[in-house]
Design a protein around this ligand. Structure first.
Ligand code: NAP
Length: 514
């Protein structure tokens, strides 16, 4: 059994019993009763809260963390030993004792274990950094007879997670279940993957802001977003790699699609700092650990060019259009660790235009198209539309960029003043004009849109931009940025899983978040 565990900060009997019952309702399998939050010995409350949890069928981990290890209990080791004893006698299944407390002399794990049917977790915490000797600490815990070894440390960067991941691996290979957690946003994957990696438990907060350590996601997110119930050792891992990634809708989109299609996968936000070195270290680290099961990545700002470089330098297959666009937004990693790179932005954009306007790809041949903007998205659009045979003109504020992009793809270019005489059939906004919070922005001047035009705005926040409102008011065909976003994700899903993407489900996820 691998427990989804909710920490309960026990400050009073009433509050803790209410929290325990809420945790049970939300699907917790275990509660960690942080009885150190009582700050002083109180056997009655300990018995009441352990009893309440047992009555609800929850496994109980009792923790009375000393203040010298980041906890709240400062009344001395004799009182702390009595707190543990009360919890064990009341029926706690596990107790968590600090590895360092042996030196203090009062808390004797073997004596406490003899008080009831309880397993001992020996633990070690570092709230500041990743200690260099984590594996040795685990070895000492095992040698001292711990039923479960636990290490928790602060992750500065995502690559700090590899130590925890390796501990899960080595302990499970030895037939034991460990707890190895990297704290902070950079360490979240160690919490989300604990079940796949054969850990003893993972902690999830009762609600936003109610966690007992940095980086804990809520139990609701763990179950409904990160697919705890469906996860197993053979679950395939995917994610979005970028900086920042906290705001990304991709985890919701892909995990909902896994749910809808019954695919055994999990998709995580992976915060990889913006340098080439961090990107390379993360990719190398995951490929060196094939048992991690990382099979695919969506790549976002600022790593799309790093992804291209990585595939090139590692002899992987590169989709020719991704190479021409100069950015990779999708990486696939096969079982042998071979990595290949693709770009689904242009396919997503093209799919959005075709579906939105009721066209097929061959209809784009010879069609006049105006792309406004010359950044990354404009490049993807230029690649897709030129590839389909459209007659493309690039308009951009900085004309040198328009000229360069036009040269790369063999199309025409002009400055934005040229938009006053716009005559194209297809108009695509690839600038940030109109995007939240400057929603009054509009990429084309008033009066140039006509009802024969197809107007596509890649901006998706808001969905209905000023440009689209204008287009609608003259009766033009409109295509919104969500269609592109969902389709580029759908194209990734199909590459990840080899299954058709549930487009409707993916669009609904987006709409429900607006
Ligand atoms: P980017 O590389 O930073 O390019 C931004 C472009 O916008 C440049 O051409 C820039 O012109 C132009 N621009 C910015 N502010 C302007 C202003 N005030 N007036 C005129 N032009 C201005 O960005 P990107 O990655 O291509 O993204 C562009 C937009 O695409 C984003 O804002 C986002 O809304 C949208 N997007 C949509 C999706 C989707 O799936 N639907 C995905 C990604 C992005 P200069 O060259 O003159 O600076």
């Amino acid at each position: 059994m691998i427990y989804l565990t909710v920490p309960i900060l026990v400050e009073s009997s009433e509050q803790a019993v209410a929290d325990i019952s809420r945790a049970a309702e939300l699907g917790a399998e275990m509660v960690e009763l942080r009885i150190d939050y009582l700050c002083r010995y109180d056997g009655d409350v300990v018995r009441a809260v352990v009893g309440a949890a047992k009555k609800l069928g929850l496994a109980v981990l009792a923790t009375c963390r000393a203040n010298w290890e980041g906890g709240k209990f400062g009344q001395g080791e004799k009182s702390r030993a009595m707190m543990f004893k009360a919890a064990v006698r009341a029926g706690a299944d596990y107790i968590d004792i600090e590895l360092a407390c042996r030196a203090e002399g009062e808390i004797k794990a073997a004596e406490l274990a003899a008080e009831g049917d309880v397993r001992v977790i020996l633990s070690s915490h570092d709230f500041e950094k990743r200690p260099a000797d984590l594996a040795q600490r685990v070895a000492v815990m095992v040698e001292r007879g711990a039923d479960v070894a636990k290490v928790a440390y602060k992750a500065e960067r995502i690559c700090d997670c590899f130590d925890a991941i390796d501990i899960y691996r080595s302990e499970s290979q030895a037939g034991r279940q460990a707890i190895a957690l990297a704290m902070g946003e950079a360490g979240v994957m160690t919490r989300q993957l604990a079940k796949k990696l054969g850990g003893k438990l993972t902690f999830a907060a009762l609600g936003e802001g109610l966690g007992s350590a940095a980086g804990q996601v809520t139990i609701e997110q763990m179950r409904s977003l990160y697919r705890w119930d469906a996860m197993g050792a053979d679950t395939q891992v995917f994610g979005v790699i970028g900086d920042p990634v906290g705001h990304s809708l991709s985890p919701a989109l892909h995990n909902a699609a896994f749910d809808a299609t019954g695919y055994n996968g999990i998709y995580l936000p992976l915060l990889v700092e913006g340098t080439w070195e961090e990107f390379r270290n993360f990719m190398d680290g995951t490929r060196q650990r094939p048992w991690l099961g990382l099979r695919g990545l969506s790549v976002t700002i600022p790593h799309k060019e790093n992804a291209l470089r990585y595939v090139r330098e590692n002899g992987g297959q590169l989709e020719p259009l991704a190479e021409k666009i100069g950015s990779v937004n999708t990486l696939l990693i096969d079982e042998a660790g071979k990595v290949s790179g693709f770009n689904t932005d242009y396919a997503g954009a093209l799919g959005a235009v075709l579906d939105g306007a009721g066209l097929v790809k061959s209809d784009l041949k010879g069609m006049s198209a105006a792309i406004i903007g010359a950044g990354g998205v404009a490049r993807a659009l230029a690649a897709g539309l030129c590839d389909a045979g459209a007659e493309v003109t690039i308009y951009n504020r900085t004309v040198e960029r328009a000229e360069k992009l036009a040269e790369d793809f063999g199309c025409k270019w002009a400055g934005v003043e040229g938009l006053a005489n716009l005559e194209a059939k297809l108009i695509v906004n690839c600038t940030s004009l109109g995007m939240h919070p400057a929603v009054e922005g509009c990429a084309v001047p008033e009066g140039v849109l006509t009802k024969d035009m197809i107007v596509f705005d890649t901006v998706y926040n808001p969905v209905e931009t000023r440009l689209l409102k204008l287009a609608r008011s003259v009766g033009a065909t409109v295509v919104d940025g969500v269609s592109m976003f969902v389709r580029q994700g759908a194209a990734q899903f199909e590459m990840f899983t080899g299954r058709p993407a549930p487009l409707e489900v993916m669009r609904e996820i987006f709409d429900s978040r607006q």
